[in-house]
Every structure is written in C-alpha cells, then in structure tokens.
Design a protein around this ligand. Structure first.
Ligand SMILES: [Ca+2]
Length: 124
C-alpha cells in the first residue's frame, strides 16, 4: 500500500505522502466500521455482501463468498487491510472491464494478451 502513495517514486514516503496515506486509511477505517454492523471488529461475509451492494456492485452471493475466502480462507473474516485491498482491486478491475464494455453488456471479448495486460495494469 505504501507504494501506492509514493507518488514521486523515491522508494520511500515523505511527510506529504504520509499525510495522504494517513487520510486514506482514516477514511477507509470509517467505511469499515460503518459496514461492521454488529460491531464485532471485523467484516463477515454478510456484511461484505451488504457493503459491496451499497457501493453499487451487482455481485452474486457466490462471488462475494469467493472474494472473502480468497482474502481470508480460514476465518472468513475480512480485516481492515484486506477490506481496503479487496476494494481497490475490485474497483480497478471493474474500471478496466468497463473501459472495454462500452455498450454496458456485462460481457467483453478480449485476447489473451489484452487480458493479462488489463489484469497487470489493474493490480499494480
Ligand atoms: Ca461484523
């Protein structure tokens, strides 16, 4: 996550970049707490499903289950940092998909290299 905020690519973060990182984490902490409906201190699959729905994603329960188990295979509880990472990746992948899905069909046809380029660009 640090590299996301190393905007001058110095390999470290300066005070200004740290300030932005701090603000970003604070905002996500607030979102995380809001969706932790039962105040258990973590987000479970049901809370994750509700959170994603409120953020405007239309995802099947099967996909949400897959997402949670990908980030938390054993406990199935999404921690704050996993919540942030999963949301950023989901957003970036969705944006990448949308850029190819101009008619908003929810289906795209892409070549192997287009696919891996899209994936690498989205996840870095
Ligand atoms: Ca909870």
């Amino acid at each position: 996550m640090i590299s996301m905020f190393d905007t001058d690519h110095s390999g470290t973060i300066n005070m200004q970049e740290f300030g932005q990182l701090f603000l970003f984490v604070n905002q996500w902490t607030e979102v995380y707490r809001r969706y932790d409906r039962d105040n258990s201190g973590h987000i479970d699959e049901n809370e994750m499903s509700a959170a994603l729905q409120q953020m405007g994603y239309r995802l099947s329960p099967q996909f949400v289950s897959f997402l949670v188990s990908k980030f938390s295979p054993r406990s199935r509880k999404v921690t704050l940092d996993n919540f942030i990472v999963s949301n950023i990746q989901l957003r970036n992948l969705t944006e990448a998909f949308k850029s190819r899905d101009r008619e908003m069909k929810g289906v795209i046809t892409i070549s192997y290299e287009e696919f891996i380029s899209l994936a690498f660009t989205s996840l870095m």
